[in-house]
Design a protein around this ligand. Sequence first.
Ligand SMILES: [Fe+2]
Ligand SMILES: [Fe+2]
Length: 191
Amino acid sequence: MSKANKKASTKTREQPFLSDIKTLRERARKHIEDGAVTAGYRADRDQVVKLLNEALATELVCILRYKRHYFMAAGINADAVAQEFLQHANEEQMHADQIAARIVQLKGEPNFDPEGLATRSHAEYVEGEDLVDMIKEDLVAERIAIDSYGEMIHYIGDDDITTRRMLETILAMEEEHADDLASLLEDLQKG
Ligand SMILES: [Fe+2]
Ligand SMILES: [Fe+2]
């Protein structure tokens, strides 16, 4: 290693990884009414809350669509498919709850207003004509969710790690949902 390089790498290592304890403690005492949001929070909080509210609307619309599909599923293959719809509806409910809780932690307000819900949502509410149609619509909605969660995760980056980790967990489950639906569709179209 050249002398210059060695100097540069030592310098990188010497960069303080954490603020010193005194600074951390002082910062934590200031603005305690901000709860979980500290001065070290680097993201644009309003923007994150806005994005999370769009994600919340998306989850709520997905719950409604899966519920409709669960109750309307009919035909020879309906039982297994209906159970899948119900399971997805319950998991979307879990996501909606997680997102709403995070919005409150960020000092925002979760928007559950039914007025404008479909417009705020990224995914659409489509009833579907038959079982295959329903599965296709759900698959489209999951693919939209996968893309929008991916974009949110990139936007947030390292600026709000807790929100990012929550979104990553949700994204992984949306991918499972899409995968389940693609398999169901394949089975139905074979049979
Ligand atoms: Fe979801
Ligand atoms: Fe999903």
